[in-house]
Write a protein that binds this ligand. Structure first.
Ligand code: NAD
Ligand code: UDP
Length: 337
């Protein structure tokens, strides 16, 4: 039986780890990626990790309708997992049109093509950012969304709204929105991981580059928040746990019509200082840091209520912060990035 799943952005950070988990669960990801934010070598690495050498990879833009037609005709995917998009908050403020174009147009092109080919199962990469500033953690799926502060976050909110409208019109579709908290770490093989262009914006890849000596010190953005040690709190989740959450969503909800929304987080908040301490312990490297002012738009604390995914998908995150920092460090040390 055909177990093809179209995975857009499948050579990127989260997509590549999800391809590994899909293959391990017996699916064949059909990877579509334009290589705008990843390396083609990730394709071979996915195949090496999973010991499968026939995983299709198509290089191209998800906005290219002719290409989508060819892919849907040839591979007849059962479902679509949509990771492709632009994801840097700061860049989205500088280049809002690029973000609206890439994130909205990829999604609309895919959904319209799915309609044409009668494919009705869609899993979307959303973000905890849609909860915005007005909710108090732990964040629960039915809280009000939308008070987002930047174009990137607005694209996620807008796509969620588009999917809610689609669900009203197309009752027989299965639409799953997964709201990721803070994905970190790397595959245990250290063959794939996060490989940001330039200076990282996110905490864990930044710490990794300080630990490896590529950057001189970590700047901690504020220690005057109303938190136990004054630094910001987030819900860090190992990328392999996150990837397994996609397989759980596909298996539990991919054939059940309706709109399904889940947080993918651990349910535990950790401060910047706690992450830093763990990284120092696992790497054995002393990581220099300074305290600077708060970063614009940052929240004091954001973490998930992880109950719904556990109850309905039978999924919960298994890896702890030690696993996350150790796999990040092993990935950096491997020289595979
Ligand atoms: P990533 O940049 O590593 O992966 C995205 C992939 O999509 C890249 O390989 C890129 O080359 C590809 N791509 C971009 N535009 C494309 C297009 N038009 N056509 C074809 N390919 C295209 O990002 P990621 O961290 O793996 O994130 C995946 C998804 O998860 C994104 O939608 C992102 O917004 C969302 N998300 C990420 C995080 C995070 O912290 N990493 C948090 C919440 C949500
Ligand atoms: N952070 C920091 N220095 C950095 C990057 C991030 O102190 O160089 C802090 C940031 O203020 C937040 C936490 O680390 O409290 C996580 O930031 P990240 O950008 O990784 O995730 P997000 O804020 O988007 O959830």
């Amino acid at each position: 039986m055909n177990k093809n799943i179209l995975v857009t952005g499948g050579l990127g950070y989260i997509g590549s780890h999800t391809c590994v988990e899909l293959i391990s669960a017996g699916y064949t990801p059909i990877i579509l990626d334009d290589l705008s934010n990843c390396k083609e070598s990730v394709h071979a690495r996915i195949q090496t990790i999973t010991q499968k050498n026939n995983i299709p990879f198509v290089r191209g833009d998800v906005c290219n309708r002719n290409l989508l037609d060819n892919i849907f005709s040839e591979y007849k995917p059962l479902a679509v997992m949509h990771f492709a998009g632009s994801k840097a908050v700061g860049e989205s403020i500088q280049k809002p049109l690029l973000y609206y174009r890439n994130n909205l147009e990829t999604t609309l092109s895919l959904l319209e093509t799915m309609q044409n080919y009668n494919v009705k199962s869609f899993i979307f990469s959303s973000s905890a950012t849609v909860y915005g500033e007005d909710n108090t953690p732990p964040l629960v799926e039915d809280m009000k969304t939308g008070s987002v502060t930047n174009p990137y976050g607005r694209t996620k909110y807008m796509i969620e709204e588009i999917l809610k409208d689609l669900h009203i019109a197309e009752k027989d579709w299965s639409i799953t929105i997964l709201r990721y908290f803070n994905p970190v770490g790397a595959d245990a093989s250290a063959m794939i991981g996060e490989d940001p262009n330039g200076v990282p914006n996110n905490l864990m890849p930044y710490i990794a580059k300080v630990a490896s000596g590529e950057l001189s010190e970590l700047k901690i953005f504020g220690n005057d928040y109303n938190t136990a040690d004054g630094t910001g709190i987030r819900d860090y989740i190992h990328v392999t746990d996150l990837a397994k959450g996609h397989v759980a969503a596909l298996e539990k909800k991919g054939e059940e019509s309706g709109l399904h929304i889940y947080n993918l987080g651990t349910g535990n908040g950790l401060s910047v200082m706690e992450v830093l301490k763990s990284y120092q312990e696992t790497s054995g490297v002393t990581i220099p840091y300074i305290i600077t002012g708060r970063r614009d738009g940052d929240l004091a604390a954001s973490y998930a209520c992880a109950d719904k995914a556990r109850q309905e998908l039978g999924w919960s995150a298994k890896k702890n912060i030690h696993d996350m920092t150790l796999d990040s460090w092993n990935w950096i040390k491997s020289g595979n990035s």
